[in-house]
Design a protein around this ligand. Structure first.
Ligand SMILES: [Fe+2]
Length: 165
């Protein structure tokens, strides 16, 4: 299935978006399994939920491609970004979200330039959602940083008070 009349740049953006969103699903689901092994069940649930949101994006992109009469052909899955702790995992996710935001920004601008209203709307909605997602991720990392600082301070104070007695 190949639509020669469709804007080839737009089809290219859709193909790249599909690869990136599928990469996000693979990454978040893998991380969810990994943190469950670490005993972080709440985090695992949160990552599973994120994977489901990304799967929703995959579904919308496929539906868009079908509407444009092109067959989805994601062929560039990124290797899963992992790490030694939750902060490192979230850094990997931040990087992936930035890739998505960059892609949707360029795609939105392109559709605006060529006067493609439908696809402009389609990409700008995805852009908005990914921006919201990146913001939540940043908040999560900040909270995590504060918790770690608090834990380190508490441990230091405990050590000092133990040393006093
Ligand atoms: Fe997404």
């Amino acid at each position: 299935m190949f639509n020669a009349s469709a804007d080839q740049h737009t089809l290219g953006f859709l193909g790249r978006a599909l690869s990136l969103e599928l990469s996000a699903v693979q990454q978040y689901r893998t991380q969810a399994r990994l943190v469950a092994v670490w005993g972080l069940n709440d985090v695992a649930e949160k990552l599973q939920h994120e994977a489901e949101e990304e799967l929703g994006h995959v579904d919308r992109i496929i539906a868009r491609m079908i509407a444009l009469a092109v067959a989805p052909n994601a062929s560039q899955l990124r290797p899963v970004g992992l790490g030694r702790n939750l902060t490192e995992l979230l850094q990997q996710n931040q990087w992936l979200e930035q890739q998505l935001i960059q892609l949707y920004t360029v795609a939105t601008e392109h559709c605006h330039l060529v006067g493609d209203y439908d696809n402009h709307l389609f990409f700008s909605k995805l852009l908005q959602e990914e921006q919201g997602h990146a913001q939540q991720l940043m908040l999560w990392m900040q909270q995590l940083g504060q918790t770690q600082t608090k834990t380190r301070t508490t441990t230091k104070v405990q050590r000092q008070s133990r040393a006093t007695f």
